[in-house]
Design a protein around this ligand. Structure first.
Ligand code: 9G3
Length: 571
């Protein structure tokens, strides 16, 4: 490709509203341009990289036995009504009406569409297992799109769906997809971890997120410093054991704590440690009020509350709900003298506490010397707190550290979450009708591109890994007016394309400084500079990432490049 014939609008300055490296560089290097908040055009270089990521995804999906198809982005609302999601999703689900006033969703994901297809086309267990995938734009009206392609409102996703007549078959497909994802992210050169995750509102059982380690990641990973245990912070189980504290035997006593609301305020006011107080938080779990108790120095993990209550939806009670149920504000509630329709559950750490300070369910009042079971009861103890750095790893090996991650993939065991409500069934070997057992597997393709740019850059610009770069080689004739340089460059361009390299030729009439700066910015793995020494048949070969450069006779160029690309390709 000749640069005079393509569109690579590089920028000198860092765009104002881009606040992470990958977003800044993809804009400055002319890979993407924003059309609206969270909505981007992929310019030629960006499209080329997208194609490289897609082809790695396709190769690994096909090798894992999945078959590619393509579903529509326009989805009839009826399907989402069947699954019950038309009403559970809010403004994030983009909706529209056609000319007949019929309602549609703009595809945020495709469980409903694919399940309705299989319901119509597959009736017998003999046709299973079947795994179908697509690579297609998704629409999610994020409240705060940010970080460029990392959280957009229209983005490219590979979504795959597997169909089974039994759990073993799902487990096997899940394992194959898990391996395929590891291959994909390794071939993209990414430093990633597969972490235990929560299935969120879409139900289903165990599932894993594939996280690229990055300090700008939105998710926190809890991992062991001496084993391969890794989990999303919400899922990381706490196995800490607590030493029992003796209770003084003193009677519970009500004390005035005027305007003392937070644990920090109350413990400072009473001159005690936060760990001698109990934090009480009121949640609504599938419409049932539940008071959750954790030790004052811990934080309630609402995902663990959801699992402990076996609820689909768990939300913090609103101030109004708290006031009407407990006749006090959030800073003064506690487990003593509760209305009996409020369940009380507590984190394991509470069981080992001695004299406890709790809210008195009265503005500006607390109880001291409260004793578990004497002054308040707990219906169930469970692991309800967020794990902390330094806690023992749940697998018993090492201690927990935190890292930030960018979620680039997510694999789910869905079970019958969609096939049940949508009546998508097959006849099993005994002729009995039963719902499909499903799995679903997503990769953020455009997000993966941004994660690669986030990991592969230096102070001069992008440093694409060989598997991903838009072109293998960038030829830079420094002075297009110099006959020798321009013909040598043209000659090498043709020769190297014959050698099946993907070549970008900077044939613009720009000064050398501009060409070098742009070349460093867009980041092809290897640059060939055709300068003054072209008259002696010598060109310079430079490796972008390492900065190594060589003076090479034209005749030796293809051999030298073969060595270089062999060295660059074994990641
Ligand atoms: C929606 C909107 C946003 C969503 C969803 C639905 C996330 C939604 C979860 C998934 C699960 C898997 C198939 C590929 C892999 C991920 N955000 N999820 O279902 F309507 Cl607005 O997408 N889907």
């Amino acid at each position: 490709m000749k640069q005079s014939q393509t569109l690579i609008p590089t920028l000198r300055e860092v765009p104002a509203d881009a606040d992470i490296k990958s977003h800044q560089l993809l804009l400055r290097a002319g890979f993407i341009r924003q059309n609206a908040s969270g909505i981007y055009s992929f310019l030629p270089l960006g499209k080329k990289v997208l194609q490289k990521v897609e082809s790695i995804v396709r190769e690994e999906m096909d090798a894992a036995g999945a078959v590619e198809m393509l579903m529509p982005s326009l989805q009839p609302a009826e399907l989402w009504e069947e699954s019950g999601r038309w009403s559970t999703y809010g403004p994030e689900l983009m909706r529209m009406k056609d000319r007949h006033n019929r309602e549609f969703a703009l595809g945020a994901t495709h469980e409903e569409v694919i399940t309705s297809l299989l319901r119509d086309e597959v009736k017998s267990y003999k046709r299973l297992p079947l795994t179908l995938y697509q690579i297609q734009s998704k629409f999610r009206d994020e409240k705060r799109p940010r970080f460029g392609l990392l959280r957009g409102r229209e983005f490219l996703m590979k979504d795959a769906y597997s169909f089974h007549s039994n759990q073993e078959s799902l487990d096997e497909s899940y394992e194959r997809m898990y391996q395929a994802y590891s291959n994909i992210f390794r071939r993209c050169g990414l430093n990633f971890r597969a972490v235990l995750a929560d299935s969120g509102a879409i139900g289903g059982k165990d599932n894993h997120e594939f996280m690229v380690l990055s300090e700008i990641g939105e998710d926190t990973i809890a991992f062991s410093d001496s084993s391969d245990y890794a989990a999303n912070l919400e899922m990381a189980a706490v196995v800490t054991t607590y030493t029992e504290k003796e209770h003084s035997g003193k009677e519970i006593k009500r004390i005035e704590t005027p305007d003392q609301k937070t644990i920090a305020e109350v413990s400072a006011y009473l001159e005690i440690e936060a760990e001698d107080t109990v934090k009480s938080m009121l949640f609504i779990a599938d419409e049932n009020p539940v008071l959750v108790l954790v030790r004052g120095d811990h934080e309630v993990n609402d995902v663990k509350v959801k699992h402990a209550m076996d609820a689909r939806i768990v939300e913090l009670a609103s101030p109004e709900q708290t006031q009407s149920l407990l006749s006090a504000g959030a800073g003064s509630i506690g487990p003593a003298q509760l209305p009996d329709d409020i369940t009380v559950i507590a984190d394991h750490a509470v069981k080992a506490m001695g004299d406890i300070v709790i809210g008195a369910n009265e503005e500006g009042a607390h109880y001291v010397n409260a004793k578990l079971e004497r002054d308040f009861s707990v219906s169930k103890f469970a692991d309800l707190r967020f794990i902390l750095e330094g806690d023992p790893s749940p697998d018993g090996t090492g201690t927990i550290q935190f890292a930030k991650g960018i979620e680039v993939g997510h694999v789910f065991k869905l079970g019958t979450t969609y096939s049940e409500p949508m009546n998508a069934t097959i006849l099993d070997e005994n002729g009995r009708s039963k719902p499909f057992i499903m799995g679903c597997y997503g990769i953020g393709v455009s997000r993966t591109l941004a994660a690669i740019a986030e990991q592969f850059n230096d102070e001069n610009g992008l440093t694409w890994p060989v598997n991903i770069a838009p072109y293998d080689l960038h030829i830079l004739p420094l002075n297009m007016k110099d006959e020798v340089q321009s013909t040598t460059a043209e000659e090498l361009y043709k020769l190297l394309k014959d050698y099946r390299y993907q070549v970008l030729l900077d044939d613009r009439k720009e000064r050398a400084g501009v060409k070098f700066a742009d070349s460093d910015l867009i980041g092809m793995p290897v640059r060939i500079t055709v300068g003054k020494r072209a008259s002696e048949g010598i060109v310079e070969v430079k490796i972008r990432k390492s900065g190594e450069s060589y003076e090479v006779q034209k005749e030796e160029l293809t051999d030298k490049l073969q060595d270089i690309f062999r060295q660059l390709s074994n990641i």
